[in-house]
Design a protein around this ligand. Sequence first.
Ligand code: BGC
Ligand code: BGC
Length: 679
Amino acid sequence: MPKIAKFNRENPRVMKMTSISRITAAIALTGAGLLTTAAIAQPNTRLTDWPRIASPIKASPEQEARIRRIVASMTLAQKIGQMTQAEIKAATPEQAREFYLGSVLNGGGSWPAMHKGASAKEWAALADRYYQASMASDMKYPVPIIWGIDAVHGNNNVIGATLYPHNIGLGAAHDPVLVGKIAHATARAVRATGINWAFAPTLAIVQDERWGRSYEGFAADPLLVRAYAAAYVRGAQGRLGAADSVLATAKHFIGDGGTFQGKDQGENRSPLRTLINTHGQGYYGALGAGAQTVMVSYSSWNDVAAGNNQGKMHGDKLLITGALKQKMGFDGLVVSDWDAIEQVPGCTKSHCPQAINAGIDMIMVPIEWQAFIKNTIADVQSGTIPMARIDDAVSRIIRVKLRAGLFAGSPAKGALAGDDRAMVNRPLARAAVRESLVLLKNQHSLLPLARGQRVLVVGKSADSFSNQSGGWSRTWQGTENTNVDFTTGETLLTALKAKLGDAHVTYSADGSGVNLHDFDTVIAVIGEAPYAEYHGDITAPASLEHSARYPEDRAVLDAVSGKGVPVVTVFYSGRTTYANDLINRSDAFVAAWLPGSEAGGIADVLFRDARGRPVYDFRGRLPFGWLGDPCDERISLFPVGYGLSYGLGYAGPKKLGPLPEMHGISAEGGASCKRVAIQ
Ligand code: BGC
Ligand code: BGC
């Protein structure tokens, strides 16, 4: 489809129409996987088994011979060491050498020497110490260590790194080319820290936004996720071994986004067909683009209809070995998630032959890695784990390391290593923010606003890098940060001042202490506070109503709305939510997701230029239905794909027809399921 590729590359705006064909075109463009676009047009019906995925990265006979030579020379302790991934807090470079550790990671909010302000140079220096130590081991052929990091929206643990919108915002942008650019910019940022393995992208097909990881998923549409997966992997890995390349991780295999009631680490109750046709799509994209690593999901699979309860993914040989390795043909490495082995029945944090026998090659045992090595050696000696399984695991690890260029030299000596500037790309992040915004309401064409106005800014999130960045930002939860922890970018308040001039912008977080009638427009910046993983779960039957969780947001709108001064609400969130009360209190309402460090992109779209013309339109379209009921996540106020633009005017909320009656499932604390009609 050369015509579509041309449209997209040369005139991205042409790609901005909402239609199935655009997504299909995107898949054709990114060449994701083996299936034809015709075969994936109906994701829920076509495949009856796992497809074989052709990777562009092929095994070579010379390399395979070299791998065999290395593996044949290794002792059991060396092999098990290779399969072990420890936290940098819990394993020194000296220990990495002594125990032949195959890998280290830093978890969210873990930095060299627990120094939160460590510069790229300090990160790269530590990475190089691990590398040099691994190469100084007494192995016959030393195998270099690899460091993995959660760079999930930019190199987000590191001070001074640009934070791109979280994946949900990229999903709204419907732009695989943009995603590829961000993946590449993130790879550069990771290489600046001397690291060449990123635990991204998350390919969850999120089904219930109660899930605290909803924002890590791109969209509800499996085909969009598939296109993005391919674009992301290409952008991140580029030419493997190059100074701006990192290994990507397709995660979390498989069905993490489909757990019952959106419970993190919960149970996916889909039939096999849904696993294959829906939750598998991201993997077809990622593997088809050459992803070298796959991380297993904390969740379980229980095929209720078939009466087949497979249990925890980390013990699931049928899916890890049978589906991923044998049927799909994946020849890279499978890594477990943080301490996830302990959830397999019969296992502990430091002992889980089941996981290795199921097909996991590298075990993330952040803290208890020494006991794990001891226990696993004993398992092999007793025959609980066959040596052939160990050799397969170690071969895969060495194969990936060879492909990633690790044997050729330290990634911490690459051209970008130690360069703080390589972690920053402000224009790209700002453009991504502009593209991600979804306009849900624009009464009387209030937006775009003219310059020269007196603007009152209210809301707790207007001057908060934390709230605009969400979880996985400097820390795991994105909490325990203040604005000084973010040294690049702008909050929306700063950006508005820069655009309109300080004198035109007044800020009152709760809307008090000001005379509303001194202003032409109010901009309210509100939304969720940061969270990650299960900390962000909304546990059923708790209400999905935003104001029930954040009453201060309704209070601030009550302070300013209905008083004759128009109110523009900018809403930060990691999910769509039930917010009818907030929408009704706003003349214009913008879903801005978790934009990251460059909120200036929001100011760009809200305001006209100095000559009064709108410069940037709203191009984002909903990646998930916008909730229309506080208790039933299946009811949408605005459907997937919805979003207004200046060019089209205010079309009004889409009529959904009669909605089912709700019977009060009341949540703890008395939140009710009463719906407020939208005005
Ligand atoms: C998360 C993964 C992450 C890992 C390492 C886990 O808790 O589920 O997504 O890559 O930690 O930080
Ligand atoms: C996260 C890590 C984090 C750790 C903190 C894990 O579940 O994935 O990134 O550092 O918890 O306890």
